[in-house]
Design a protein around this ligand. Structure first.
Ligand SMILES: C[S@@+](CC[C@H](N)C(=O)[O-])C[C@H]1O[C@@H](n2cnc3c(N)ncnc32)[C@H](O)[C@@H]1O
Length: 277
């Protein structure tokens, strides 16, 4: 009988989708610096407790407890798989003392937390999972309640005319692989969109649909209005500056009230809760 030939493993077979994701789309160190700077400008003191909503592998939590000795981080995610990956690959790199100041909770971000947070980070557009005004406002109200008397909810957002196109792909080289962001579908009536992340490797193999998101593309006016309706006292959009040489974004985000049209943008939204006097 002919021996069955064993197929050689491809780079995609050996790849770890969470590791690739973290390398491609997360900049936890930059975000921790940004959160601290805005918080200090707003309240003239250091933030201590960070709650990372939709934390996935808890990269921001880990960076937070590393950044200052007393800092506490709480990560919340519904899915046990990224939480477990985070414990195994991210939390395991922390010192014993740092590990004591971090807790990961498998829960819905809309549930009440036990520890009031100085700041809540909900990054990588994760709240786009909420498809109606009622659902999104419910999340914003829960975030307001999960903050201390003074606190900040940090969100990011993306948009521009390219977000409304179907079958659109953006490719970016990240070290030895390519990160591919695919906008598969967009419905102009509901603003529901389906996005995929794929990874492609040097040997031609691909990790197709490593991540899929069914989102509503919320506009900035909608998000700001809902945050104010939910009870935040002040809402600011931090818009990215432009590098004069390249004409591309310069990675520096500043509060802006108006901006020039842009086919593809990302920004931060800073929603501030102030003490009632
Ligand atoms: C786009 S990933 C974000 C991961 C990471 N925070 C980041 O910035 O890249 C969205 C995460 O939100 C989680 N998620 C979705 N709905 C949730 C909910 N209602 N409550 C808690 N986590 C939720 C998913 O399990 C997933 O890990």
């Amino acid at each position: 009988m002919a021996k069955k030939k064993k197929r050689k493993q491809t780079l995609a077979d050996k790849a770890d989708k969470y590791r690739l994701y973290q390398r491609s789309v997360q900049a936890a160190d930059y975000e921790v610096e940004f959160f601290e700077e805005v918080f200090k400008e707003t309240f003239s003191r250091q933030p201590i407790v960070l709650r990372e909503d939709f934390c996935g592998t808890a990269a921001v939590c880990c960076e937070w407890v590393k950044s200052k000795k007393k800092r506490i981080a709480i990560g919340i995610d519904l899915d046990p798989e990224p939480l477990q990956w985070g414990r195994k690959h991210n939390l395991s790199k922390l010192s014993k003392k740092q590990l004591k100041r971090i807790s990961l909770v498998q829960a819905d971000v809309r549930e009440p937390g036990e520890t009031p947070a100085d700041l809540i980070a909900g990054q990588n557009f994760s709240y786009f999972i909420f498809l109606t005004r009622e659902e999104l406002k419910r999340y914003f109200r829960a975030a307001l309640d999960n903050l201390a008397d003074e606190g900040i909810l940090f969100l990011d957002a993306m948009g521009g005319s390219q977000t409304f196109e179907e079958e659109r792909q953006e490719k970016r080289k990240v070290g030895p692989f390519r990160y591919i962001w695919e906008q598969k579908r967009f419905d102009p009536i509901t603003h529901h969109a389906r996005m995929h992340i794929h990874f492609q490797f040097k040997d031609g193999s691909r990790l197709n649909q490593a991540f899929t998101y069914d989102w509503r593309i919320w506009s900035l006016p909608e998000i700001q209005e809902l945050l104010r309706e939910a009870g935040f006292s002040q809402v600011e959009v931090y818009w990215e500056g432009t590098d004069e040489k390249t004409g591309e974004g310069d990675g520096k985000f500043k509060p802006c009230r108006e901006a020039a049209s842009d086919p593809s943008w990302i920004c931060y939204i800073v929603a501030i809760k102030k003490k009632l006097t």
